[in-house]
Write a protein that binds this ligand. Structure first.
Ligand code: NAD
Ligand code: DAU
Length: 337
């Protein structure tokens, strides 16, 4: 079995590469990644010498490169994590989000069609469903919830999902799609809520909470996302969409206060809200539970402790990121907020 994992030098893709190589010792895994600001080969250092692993630097929007990689490698399965993934960046400049998330997905679908791939799996997000009101805790996203996006990021991911479904219906391409809630864990780029707050607290910088901090996210430990995708690849039904989430809802304020409590330091600063800020995400994971017997193994209280410990043990990983170009990003996004 040979898999191409696109975006495997990023947060979730990197964790998935490690997961696959640990779980399926006989699988060949190829990570194909452009190495944007979010891609980091440090995250793959420990598998670089693994005989079953290969890294290829490539851009999923570059048709020639993608087609020649497919011709050379002849993969059975493609799992597409490659994306521009940060909502705030999409609000600043949507263009690259459309290029990578929509056109890049189309290029991969065309290559999969040509090479009669066994499975194309699209890693999507709960953000395609829009948001839920804060005063209706009884409501959850199911696979039937209509697509209703808020940010340029979520719109680009929804467009990609529709294309993936179109390639299944029109060309019979064997696809699956998963829509997951907010992930956290090792190798999470420090522009996202949890690693940003950990890094700032450790560096005695203010913790910038948007608006009143009352928005709710449904947190999933990244390894549980990996196990769900692995199950979908092996046991999922072609053409189906699976929601992935673990009923771990927290307000942003609760998340930040937990980090402060665990670290014993950190000072909150309320800052201007995100434009179009989604209020609440909450997944109903019944389908993947009932059909594939998937359940998350790690609850939030346990996962946040493990995550904080990882950032304490791996300071070099995130300190080398925040000492570079990241400083310009931080100044631009938070300087006058
Ligand atoms: P990330 O930003 O950490 O990593 C993205 C990776 O894709 C990087 O390694 C980057 O170099 C690579 N990449 C970007 N453009 C590329 C291109 N044109 N060609 C090849 N590689 C390219 O993202 P993440 O948080 O790991 O998210 C991975 C996927 O999971 C995304 O598709 C995202 O939409 C989805 N997702 C993320 C979350 C989350 O909480 N982070 C939740 C649900 C779904
Ligand atoms: O739900 C899945 C999505 O989760 C993925 O599709 C995205 O790729 C991923 O980035 C994530 O999107 P969010 O916008 O929810 O994640 P982020 O970490 O950017 O923000 C989480 C919440 O925290 C959100 O309500 C905004 C808030 N926030 C974020 C940052 C970076 C703050 O209050 N302060 C901050 O500095």
């Amino acid at each position: 079995m040979k898999l191409i994992v696109t975006g495997g030098a990023g947060f979730i893709g990197g964790n998935f590469v490690h997961y696959l190589l640990n779980k399926h010792k006989d699988y060949e895994v190829i990570c194909l990644d452009k190495l944007t600001y979010a891609g980091n080969l440090e995250s793959l250092k420990s598998v670089m010498s693994n005989q079953n692993f290969k890294f290829i630097r490539g851009d999923i929007t570059d048709r020639d490169t993608i087609f020649s990689v497919f011709t050379q490698e002849r993969p059975n399965i493609v799992v597409n994590f490659a994306a521009e993934s940060h909502v705030d960046r999409s609000i600043e400049d949507p263009s690259i989000f459309l290029q990578t998330n929509v056109i890049g997905t189309q290029v991969l679908l065309d290559a999969c069609r040509k090479h009669r791939i066994d499975r194309f799996h699209q890693v999507s997000t709960d953000e395609v469903y829009g948001d839920l009101p804060l005063d209706r805790p009884d409501l959850f996203f199911t696979e039937e919830t209509p697509i209703h996006t808020s940010s340029p990021y979520s719109a680009s991911k929804a467009a990609a999902d529709l294309l993936v479904q179109a390639y299944h219906r029109t060309y019979g391409l064997p696809i699956t799609i998963s829509r997951c809630s907010n992930n956290y864990g090792p190798y999470h780029f420090p522009e996202k809520l949890i690693p940003l707050m950990i890094a700032n607290a450790l560096n005695d910088k203010p913790l910038p909470v948007y608006g009143k901090g009352e928005n709710i996210r449904d947190w999933l430990y990244v390894e549980d996302h990996c196990s769900a995708i692995d199950l979908i690849l092996h046991k999922g039904t072609v053409g189906e969409i699976y929601n992935i989430g673990g009923h771990n809802e927290r307000t942003n304020l609760e998340v930040v206060q937990t980090i402060i409590r665990e670290l014993g330091k950190g000072k909150i600063q309320f800052v201007k809200d995100r434009a179009g800020h989604d209020l609440r995400y909450a997944i109903n994971p019944n389908k993947i539970h009932k059909e594939l017997n998937w359940l998350p193994a790690t609850n939030f209280d346990e996962g946040i402790k493990k995550t904080i410990q990882w950032y304490l043990d791996n300071r070099f990983w995130w300190e080398s990121i925040i000492s570079g170009e990241y400083q310009n990003y931080y100044e631009k996004m938070y300087g006058n907020r």
